[in-house]
Design a protein around this ligand. Structure first.
Ligand SMILES: Cc1cc2nc3c(=O)[nH]c(=O)nc-3n(C[C@H](O)[C@H](O)[C@H](O)COP(=O)(O)OP(=O)(O)OC[C@H]3O[C@@H](n4cnc5c(N)ncnc54)[C@H](O)[C@@H]3O)c2cc1C
Length: 471
């Protein structure tokens, strides 16, 4: 019977950061999730901003963990080979008093900001509205791919001895000498449990017998724009924040396009996109940016914020010894995730001392982004790199096979999309979708009909409607 030091429930960016950190200090750890991949909850549907930390209330957990997380990101992304764009962020508006107070708050949080006037703003962002006169510039704001960051953390942790159990349904948890966790697939044993199940926090808390929390859900909807639309968005652009949100922002992505959103509307735990929400984005963004052509949008999506009062809840359970509760990890928890992992280590009484002999992963660098000499070598040795699967994003079959053969196995089309960008371009998978399904089936040795779009129940095909001749 194997007894893990820790079982982490919930494989978003927070759970996966904790999982990664635990393996790096030599603890045995299992990351468990009901979904078919990591980063399928809030961690796949957000703005992807590594916030500088000028916004959270000084002394709050949000402020401390944001600022610490922001400092940790560059070194972790460098280690993982994950792109991190040091683009900076501008908070624009004409209420100089509010901008001054954000600047003061930034100082209290230990964050570097500058106050800019009209000319400086227009020089940086030519598409800014002509009537914007002042802004706060946060120097150390970055953008990252939140899912590739999470996936790479998971890959690295597995390479260093961590284990992952996906598509798991929790049935019961008993505590004897250690925890006995029974799922529909089997039984696992552990000395500690970390509940990082995001929107599912209370479902897991109920099974664990730990504290349930009053959670509020707020949906954030977005427009994604085509790469071919060359509106110059050199940095993240926020309006002045309100009590409930940071407002409708425009931000570059690490992939060279940009996002506009998110809304912040009360909701249930459902990632739908609404015409009302999209209309709100169009109306609000006009106050900061001029002339966005929404016909150049290629997709809309939404993510759910899970809120519990005014701050993050990160605590030892008082009801069940050995459980750590993580609730209400809304923004800036993507930024804070590496720092949350450090805090959890501390709560568990573990020293943050990493092992010397840790293995490094090969980064997700697609063929088109590799240096010329490496491309030549691949073309000479592997036919698959001559075969373009996704024409919009120029992703080759070699790239898809690389993604399918990583430490964390993937068997969904969306999982391949998050790892390679195949299907993220102008045609949104219209051309490459069946080819990706075919590659997943062949590489994983499963039938075409068993391939998932995302989670269980999302099989992409039910059978052939006519005989198909594959060349
Ligand atoms: C619209 C929006 C914009 C945001 N923008 C930013 C930003 O720019 N910067 C920033 O720092 N933060 C941002 N955030 C916040 C950030 O995205 C989240 O705080 C972060 O992703 C939370 O990560 P998590 O791991 O706690 O949760 P999640 O990513 O939701 O992961 C929870 C996991 O638990 C699993 N789970 C749930 N129930 C169960 C169960 N019963 N059994 C097993 N597993 C279960 C789920 O499948 C999921 O994988 C934004 C959030 C939203 C919604």
């Amino acid at each position: 019977m194997k007894i893990y030091d820790c079982i982490v429930i919930g494989a978003g960016v927070v759970g996966t950061s904790i999982f990664n950190k635990l393996t790096r200090i030599g603890k045995t750890c299992l990351l468990l999730d009901k979904a078919s991949d990591v980063a399928t909850g809030a961690s796949k549907a957000n703005s992807g901003i590594v916030h500088a930390g000028y916004d959270p209330k000084p002394e709050s957990l949000k402020a401390k963990l944001n600022v610490r997380g922001n400092k940790l990101y560059p070194q972790i992304c460098q280690r993982l080979g994950v792109k991190l764009n040091h683009c900076g962020a501008l908070v624009v508006g004409n209420d100089l008093e509010k901008i001054e107070s954000l600047h003061q708050r930034a100082k209290l949080n230990g964050v570097k900001t500058e106050i800019w006037g009209k000319q400086q703003i227009q020089n940086k962002v030519p598409c800014i509205n002509d009537d914007i006169n002042s802004a706060l510039y946060a120097v150390d704001s970055y953008v990252v791919s939140p899912y590739l960051f999470t996936i790479s953390l998971a890959d690295e942790a597995i390479l260093n001895g961590g284990e992952i159990a996906l598509e798991e349904d929790l049935i019961s948890v008993k505590k004897k000498d250690c925890f006995e966790i029974t799922t529909k697939k089997g039984t696992y044993y552990s000395n500690h449990i970390i509940n990082s199940a995001g929107a599912g926090y209370n479902d897991v808390a109920k099974i664990l017998g730990t504290e349930q929390k009053p959670l509020e859900f707020r949906r954030g909807e977005y427009f994604v724009f085509d790469k071919t639309y060359n509106l110059d968005v050199p940095c993240t652009i926020f309006p002045l924040p309100s009590v409930v949100s940071k407002g409708i922002l425009v931000t570059p992505t690490v992939d060279g396009n940009f996002l506009v959103g998110p809304t912040s509307d009360e909701s249930d735990d459902c990632t739908k996109v609404t015409s009302k929400g999209l209309q709100k984005i169009k109306e609000n963004v006009m106050t900061t940016i001029k002339g966005i052509n929404f016909k150049k949008s290629i997709r809309q999506f939404s993510g759910i914020r899970v809120i519990c009062g005014n701050d993050f809840v990160i605590e030892k359970s008082k009801l069940v010894d050995g459980v750590i509760n993580l609730a209400g990890l809304c923004s800036p928890a993507l930024t804070s995730a590496p720092a949350i992992a450090e805090m959890v280590l501390d709560l568990l009484g573990y020293e943050n001392k990493e092992l010397d002999n840790l293995k490094q992963i090969e980064p997700y660098v697609m063929f088109k982004d590799k240096p010329k000499d490496e491309q030549q070598k691949l073309l000479a040795t592997d036919e698959n790199y001559k075969n373009i699967v996704c024409k919009c994003e120029k992703i080759t079959k070699g790239d898809i096979l690389f993604a399918l053969n990583r430490p964390l196995k993937v068997h969904s089309v969306d999982g391949v999309k998050r790892r390679t960008n195949a299907g993220m371009g102008g045609c949104q998978g219209g051309f490459c979708f069946p080819k990706v399904v075919e590659n997943i089936a062949q590489e994983n040795g499963i039938e075409f009909e068993k391939v998932l779009k995302e989670n269980r129940g999302s099989e992409v095909a039910v059978g052939e409607i006519r005989e198909v001749h594959h060349d």
